[in-house]
Design a protein around this ligand. Structure first.
Ligand code: HEC
Ligand code: HEC
Length: 310
């Protein structure tokens, strides 16, 4: 399929093309939680099951345990949804995620991995599948999520604050895993495993986009909650609010730049092999059309750094 043909296809299918283009160009997906939200009941769970079987089981497996034939296509394996341990939450470490957290992950995808944003699903579908995947773990019947972490209002972001964040980054030993410049090359990286014993890669903020959103608030949430099931611990209890903001501002400052635009044309981010695998399964017509276009516009991520910290 040529690009215009692919474009037509995605327009017809709910105009996802534009959304996907923006996402490929590095923009975070804006998640709207204010829309209509179906009740959680037998019929919505049943609807969620149908959606899961059609779109998700190919990777997460029939029982949600992350065991599927297609998982071999990906270096980072799909999550085991039956364990009830979620990486991406707004709740403290050890807690269940809220429904909104799960809905948000499904909506914005997880960059660098096979889990792409689901632009093709309506908000009702996304709520329904959220309700359904909770049935994989009994934890959701037995426990309620703890209260959400509230990000305090951000002060003015200036060189002093970022400088303070840099000291905290050293002091809290973030560099042991993330490296001094945030390239993901600290001394501890070789030995890291997740809770399934699978090797886990540290994020290099300076050279790859964030999984969980690139704003200072998004980073604050990750450092506070930790990514449960991985060596990325929660610092919510050890680092006070003010310091957490400074640290998040520092991580944001050394991070790769967000979307790049070139005279109205989007520059597309190079996609990883896991994203490529995910793309084939999530947006089947894309590889031939948009993706070829994307490939032609690749640029080196190393050209895209903000450079030295003031
Ligand atoms: C192409 C494979 C693929 C498909 C299809 C897929 N996922 Fe995923 N999913 C993944 C991978 C890989 C991860 C792990 C990412 C990580 O750990 O950083 C993941 C992670 C998740 C998470 C995050 C859990 C956490 O720890 O916070 C949720 C929720 C999720 N998927 C739900 C879904 C739903 C619902 C669908 C269907 C609409 C779906 N996935 C379809 C590959 C896939
Ligand atoms: C023991 C190793 C280790 C230490 C120490 C560590 N991290 Fe992490 N961090 C990780 C791993 C591994 C991941 C990625 C987990 C994943 O992708 O599932 C991660 C992910 C992150 C992310 C998420 C990036 C994204 O893609 O959204 C942020 C932000 C982060 N770490 C910040 C910090 C900060 C700040 C510190 C110090 C206070 C720190 N980390 C200390 C191992 C570590």
């Amino acid at each position: 399929m040529t690009l215009p043909a692919a474009y037509g296809y995605y327009q017809i299918n709910g105009g996802m093309m534009g959304e996907l283009m923006k996402w490929l160009a590095g923009e975070d997906v804006v998640v709207d939680l204010s829309g209509p939200r179906p009740h959680e009941n037998v019929s919505t769970i049943e609807r969620g099951k149908t959606i899961y079987e059609k779109h998700c089981s190919i990777c997460h497996g029939d029982n949600g345990d992350g065991k599927s034939i297609r998982s071999v296509d990906m270096q980072l394996k799909p999550r085991d949804l039956s364990a009830g341990v979620y990486k991406f939450r707004s709740t403290p470490t050890g807690s269940l995620p809220t429904d909104e957290d799960i809905y948000t992950t499904i909506s914005r995808g997880i960059r660098g991995t096979g889990m792409l944003p689901w632009f093709g699903l309506s908000s009702e579908d996304k709520w329904a599948v959220t309700y359904f995947i909770k049935t994989f773990s009994e934890r959701f019947e037995e426990e309620d999520p703890d209260s959400q972490i509230v990000v305090p209002e951000l002060p003015a972001i200036n060189a002093d604050l970022v400088g303070r964040g840099k000291q905290l980054y050293e002091h809290a030993k973030c560099w042991e895993c993330h490296g001094w410049q945030g390239k993901g090359d600290g001394p501890k990286v070789e030995e890291l495993k997740d809770d399934r014993g699978l090797p886990v890669k540290v994020r290099g903020f300076a050279s790859e986009p964030f999984k969980g959103g690139s704003g200072i608030q998004d980073i604050y949430i990750i450092i506070s909650t930790g990514l449960d099931g991985t060596p990325m611990a929660s610092y919510g209890d050890t680092i006070p609010d003010k310091d957490m903001i400074a640290l998040s501002a520092y991580v944001n400052a050394i991070a790769m730049q967000g979307p790049l635009k070139d005279g109205g044309m989007m520059e597309l981010l190079p996609i990883t092999s896991d994203e490529h695998a995910g793309m084939m399964m999530t947006y089947p017509a894309m590889p031939v059309g948009l993706m070829r276009y994307g490939m032609m516009r690749l640029y080196s991520r190393s050209d895209n750094m903000k450079g030295e910290i003031k």
